[in-house]
Design a protein around this ligand. Structure first.
Ligand code: 26Q
Length: 835
C-alpha cells in the first residue's frame, strides 16, 4: 500500500468510532444546513437547486457510509465466500432517490425538504444520470447489484469509471446528433476515491522465459508501458437491511515514472502526451456499435478492468491468507457480464503463475472453478473476436497464455473425438484464416464452470446453435438465468402512486418478495379496486404528458392509448414495423376508415449507435412521419407519433408508469431477453409482442388472454428464410401495398428526395434478416385486438392489474437467488444495524 496514514504500533481505531447519525428529520435538516452553508458556501439567495441536491446527497451519503463500513467489517470478520460482478457497463442512472428509498428515509427526507421550503422533486431532477452503459446489459448489472445488496449477498461490482458516459442525443431536423455526456462536470457526490488501492497494469513490451536450476520455467513480461488503475467506490445499499455493498470503478492514470522519464530527457510535451495516452483509456464508453469492433482502445479498456479487478481481489486475499491459494476457489467467484471482461480467464492464470508461483495445473484448477460467463446475444456479428496481431502487440503475455489454454483444450477435445479435425477447427479458441482471431466467447466457455443465457429461449438457442459443440462436450456447464429488473427502482420508486395502492391492498412485502404481487389477482374482479387502479394509471399518464409538454411542447391527451416503444434503435428490434403500422393507421384516417376509432399516441425513443447508418435513418423516418401526421388537421387527436429524444434510465422512470401498451416486437430468435418488457409489465402495461426472449415467459406468467401475441416463431422465421419473398407479400396485402406506396412516393420526405430508399430496399429484400414484412399483417391484426380491448375500459384495467400481479418472476431478486443457488453459492451475511 503506497499510503500509510497511521503508525503500525499505535491503534487508532478510536478516531473512527462515531455515534450513529440520526435518521430523523431534525438531524437530517441540521446536516443539510451545515453542508449547504459551510461546505458548499451557499445561502438563501442561491437559486440553483443543484447545491441543495448536493447538500442533501452529502447528508444521505454520510448515512450510507456508516452502514458501508459495518458491512465491510462483517464480510472481513466472517471471511465469507465473495462474488464479483465484472462488467464493462453499469448503467446506474440517478442515485439520490434510490438511496433515500433503500435507507427508509423517504418520509423523513420529504418532510425535511418541505420544512426547508425546497421542492424535493426539483433536487432529484438536478442529478445527472450515471449513463455508464449502452442499454440492457448495463442496466441489468445495475439491477443485479441492487438485488445482491437487498439479498445480503457479499458481491462487489467491478467496472470502469468513464469520464464520458453514453452520449446525449439531440434531434436536429429529425436526425440524431450526438453530444458528449460529461456527467462528472459538477462532481459526483456518491463516489469515494481510494487511491490507496491503486493497481498497476502492464501494456506492450515482450516476454522473457527463464529456467531455474530445478528446471522450472518462469516467464517475465518486461519493458512494459504501465498504466495505473485508481479505484472509485460507490456505496450500493440494500433495501432497508443495513447492507451496503460496493461498486468499484477504475479510472486510468499515468504512472509518475512515465512522465519523469520523458521529462528528464527534455521532452515535456511528450511526457504530457504519454500521460494523456494513459488517461484516455477510461475517457469514453464505447457505444454498442459493430463499427467499433476490434479497436485497440477497447481492448485496453477490457484489460484494465480485468487486470485491476483481479489484482485487487488477489491483493485482499493475500492480506487475509498470505500466499496460500488452496482455499481461493472455494471463497471467490467471478461473473463475467458477456465476453467483455473475458480476458479475466487468461489474466487470472497469469497472476497466479507469474506473480504467485503456482503451476499451470494449480492455476487452471482455480481459474476454471471461479469464472462464470453470461452470454447476452445471439447475433453472430456481435460476438467478440480480437485479432491475434493486436493482442500480441498490447498484451503479449496474455496472448501466450491463450495459446497455451487452447493447446490444453484442443488436446482434451481430440482425446474425446479422435480424428475429428473439423470439430477441432470449429472449437479452437483461435479462428484461422488470412488473419488469426481470438474467439472470446470460446475463451470464456473453456475457462468457466458455468455458461448461461438470459431467457429460456435464448439459453436453448445457445445450446442448439452458437455453442452447440461446447454444449455437446460439456452439457453440465450450461444453464439459463432469466433476467429481471429491480422492483425498488422500477416500481416502488418510479411509480409511488401505484406502489401505494398495491401496499394498501396487499401489504408492503412485495418490495422484497415480488411473487406476493399474485395477491392482487382477485382484485382484478373487484370493480371498486379497478376504479382506483384506473385512476392511478390516468394520473401517471397525465404526469408523463405534463413532463413531455415541458420538454417537447406537444399536446397529448390521456384518453388516448399510450403505445410505447423505447429501447436502443436496431433493425432487429424492428422500430420499422412499428412505423409501418403507424403509417397504416394514418392511411386509414386519410381514407376515412375511422369507424369506432381508438385514439392512439405512439411514443418511440432510443439511441442509435453513431456509426449505424440504418438505425440513424430509422430515427429520421420516425421524425418525418411524426411531422406529417402531427400537422395534418384530418388526423387531429386520432393519432399522434412522438419521438422521445435522449432516452435514458431517468426517462424510463417517467415513461413506464404512463404506458398502456408495451411494444416488444423483435424478430423471433433475435432479442436475448429484453428487460424493458419487464418494467412495463410491472407497471401494469399490456404487451404486444413476438415469441422472443423473455416475452415468452411473460406470456406464460400472465396467460395468453392477457398478452397480444403476433408474428412468426423462431423456427418459422428460420424456415421461411429459404423462400422469403417480401415483394409478393406486399402485393398480397392491400393495406401494406398502400403503406409502401406512401413511402415510395416520398410522402414523408417531400423535400429530401431518396433519403428513405435504403430503408425501402431493406424491407423489400428477400435477404432482409429481420423479415419485417413477414410479420406486418399479423402485427396489424394484433393491434386491432389491442384496440378492441382498450375500448372496454373495465376489461383493459383488469388485464392491466393481472399483468402487474403476474410480474413477480421478473424481479432480479429471483434472478440473483438463482445465480446464487446454482452458480455462486454465497452465504447471506446479516449486518447488525437497525437499518
Ligand atoms: C462490443 C464491442 C465494441 C464496443 C461495444 C460492444 C458492446 C457493448 C454493449 C456490445 C454489446 C453491448 C450490449 C449488449 C446488450 O445490452 N445486450 C442486451 O442484454 C440484455 C440483458 O441481458 C438483454 O435483455 C437484451 O436482449 C440484449 O440485447
Amino acid at each position: 500500500m503506497p499510503y500509510r496514514v497511521f503508525k503500525k504500533s499505535q491503534p487508532k481505531s478510536h478516531i473512527t468510532v462515531l455515534p450513529d447519525l440520526g435518521m430523523d428529520e431534525q438531524h437530517l435538516t441540521a446536516d443539510f444546513k451545515r453542508y449547504y452553508g459551510h461546505r458548499l458556501g451557499r445561502d438563501e439567495t442561491c437559486r440553483s437547486p443543484h447545491y441543495a441536491y448536493e447538500a442533501l446527497s452529502l447528508a444521505v451519503s454520510d448515512r450510507l457510509i456508516e452502514r458501508w463500513k459495518k458491512t465491510y467489517i462483517a464480510y472481513k470478520q466472517q471471511d465469507c465466500k465473495r462474488g464479483y460482478y465484472l462488467s464493462m457497463e453499469f448503467l446506474m442512472g440517478r442515485t439520490l432517490s434510490n438511496a433515500v428509498l433503500n435507507l427508509g428515509m423517504d418520509d423523513v427526507v420529504a418532510k425535511a425538504m418541505y420544512g426547508l421550503g425546497l421542492e424535493l422533486e426539483e433536487l432529484i431532477e438536478s442529478e445527472p444520470d450515471a449513463g455508464l452503459g449502452n442499454g440492457g446489459l448495463g442496466r441489468l448489472a445495475a439491477c443485479f447489484i441492487d438485488s445482491c445488496a437487498t439479498l445480503q449477498l457479499p458481491v462487489t461490482g467491478y467496472g470502469l469509471r468513464y469520464e464520458y458516459g453514453m452520449f446525449c442525443q439531440d434531434v436536429v431536423n429529425g436526425e440524431q446528433v450526438e453530444k458528449p455526456d460529461h456527467w462528472l462536470r459538477n462532481g459526483n457526490m456518491w463516489e469515494i476515491e481510494r487511491a490507496e488501492y491503486t493497481q498497476r497494469i502492464k501494456f506492450g513490451g515482450h516476454t522473457e522465459t527463464h529456467v531455474d536450476e530445478l528446471g522450472n520455467k518462469k516467464v517475465y513480461w518486461v519493458d512494459t508501458h504501465d498504466v495505473l488503475a485508481v479505484p472509485f467506490d460507490t456505496p450500493i445499499p440494500g433495501y432497508r437491511n443495513g447492507t451496503v455493498n460496493t461498486l468499484r470503478l477504475w479510472k486510468a492514470a499515468a504512472t509518475e515514472e512515465f512522465d519523469l522519464q520523458d521529462f528528464n530527457a527534455g521532452d515535456y510535451a511528450e511526457a504530457v502526451e504519454a500521460k494523456n495516452t494513459a488517461e484516455n483509456i477510461t475517457m469514453v464508453l464505447y457505444p454498442n456499435d459493430a463499427n467499433e469492433n476490434g479497436k485497440a482502445l477497447r481492448l485496453r479498456q477490457q484489460y484494465l478492468l480485468t487486470s485491476a479487478s483481479l489484482q485487487d481481489v488477489i491483493g485482499s486475499w493475500i492480506g487475509r491468507h498470505g500466499n496460500d491459494f488452496s482455499e481461493f476457489a472455494a471463497k471467490n467467484c467471478f461473473q463475467l457480464n458477456d465476453t467483455h471482461p473475458s480476458i479475466a480467464v487468461a489474466e487470472l492464470m497469469r497472476l497466479l503463475m507469474d506473480n504467485h508461483g503456482l503451476s499451470w495445473g494449480q492455476a487452471w484448477d482455480i481459474t476454471s472453478s471461479t469464472m462464470a460467463y453470461t452470454n447476452h446475444t445471439l447475433l453472430p456479428e456481435a460476438l467478440e473476436r480480437w485479432s491475434v496481431t493486436l493482442f500480441k502487440q498490447w498484451l503479449p503475455r496474455i496472448m501466450e497464455i491463450i495459446f497455451d489454454i487452447n493447446a490444453h483444450f484442443l488436446a482434451e477435445v481430440s482425446a474425446h473425438y479422435p480424428g475429428d479435425r473439423d470439430r477441432l477447427a470449429r472449437m479452437s479458441l483461435i479462428e484461422e484464416g488470412h488473419e488469426q482471431y481470438v474467439r472470446m466467447a470460446y475463451l470464456a466457455i473453456v475457462g468457466s464452470y458455468s455458461v448461461n443465457g438470459v431467457a429460456v429461449l435464448h439459453s436453448k438457442l445457445l445450446q442448439q446453435g452458437l455453442f452447440r459443440d461446447f454444449y455437446e462436450f460439456w452439457p453440465h456447464k450450461f444453464n439459463n438465468k432469466t433476467n429481471g429488473v429491480t422492483p425498488r427502482r422500477w416500481l416502488a420508486a418510479c411509480n409511488p402512486e401505484l406502489a401505494t395502492l398495491i401496499t394498501e391492498t396487499i401489504g408492503e412485502g412485495w418490495i422484497t418478495d415480488l411473487s406476493l404481487l399474485t395477491k392482487l389477482k382477485p382484485y382484478a374482479d373487484d370493480q371498486a379496486f379497478r376504479k382506483r387502479w384506473y385512476a392511478v394509471q390516468q394520473q401517471a399518464k397525465q404526469k408523463l404528458v405534463d413532463f413531455k409538454k415541458l420538454e417537447l411542447d406537444v399536446d397529448l391527451h390521456v384518453d388516448a392509448l399510450f403505445d410505447v416503444q423505447v429501447k436502443r434503435v436496431h433493425e432487429y428490434k424492428r422500430q420499422l414495423l412499428n412505423v409501418l403500422h403507424v403509417i397504416h393507421l394514418y392511411d386509414r384516417i386519410k381514407r376515412g376508415d375511422t369507424e369506432n376509432w381508438t385514439k392512439r399516441c405512439v411514443l418511440i425513443g432510443g439511441k442509435a449507435a453513431p456509426g449505424y447508418f440504418m438505425a440513424k435513418r430509422i430515427i429520421k423516418l420516425i421524425n418525418n412521419v411524426a411531422s406529417v401526421i402531427n400537422h395534418d388537421p384530418d388526423v387531429g387527436d386520432k393519432l399522434k407519433l412522438i419521438f422521445l429524444p435522449n432516452y435514458r434510465v431517468s426517462a424510463m422512470e417517467k415513461i413506464c408508469p404512463g404506458a398502456d401498451l408495451s411494444e416488444q416486437i423483435s424478430t423471433a430468435g433475435k432479442e436475448a431477453s429484453g428487460t424493458g418488457n419487464m418494467k412495463f409489465m410491472m407497471n401494469g402495461a399490456l404487451t404486444i409482442g413476438t415469441l422472443d426472449g423473455a416475452n415468452i415467459e411473460i406470456r406464460e406468467e400472465v396467460g395468453d388472454e392477457n398478452f397480444f401475441l403476433f408474428g412468426l416463431t423462431e423456427e418459422q422465421v428460420e424456415e421461411m428464410r429459404h423462400h422469403y419473398d417480401p415483394v409478393s407479400l406486399i402485393n398480397q396485402d392491400e393495406c401494406l401495398q398502400r403503406v409502401v406506396k406512401l413511402l415510395e412516393c416520398g410522402h414523408f420526405n417531400q423535400f429530401e428526395p431518396g433519403i428513405f430508399d435504403p430503408i425501402i430496399a431493406s424491407i423489400k429484400s428477400p435477404q432482409d434478416p429481420w423479415m419485417t414484412i413477414a410479420d406486418f399483417r399479423s402485427f396489424v391484426n394484433a393491434q386491432k385486438q389491442v384496440e378492441a380491448a382498450y375500448q372496454d375500459k373495465e376489461r383493459w384495467t383488469k388485464m392491466s392489474i393481472l399483468n402487474c400481479a403476474s410480474s413477480g418472476k421478473f424481479s432480479t431478486d429471483r434472478t440473483i437467488t438463482e445465480y446464487n443457488n446454482e452458480i455462486w453459492k454465497l452465504d447471506t451475511i446479516c449486518i447488525d444495524n437497525n437499518y
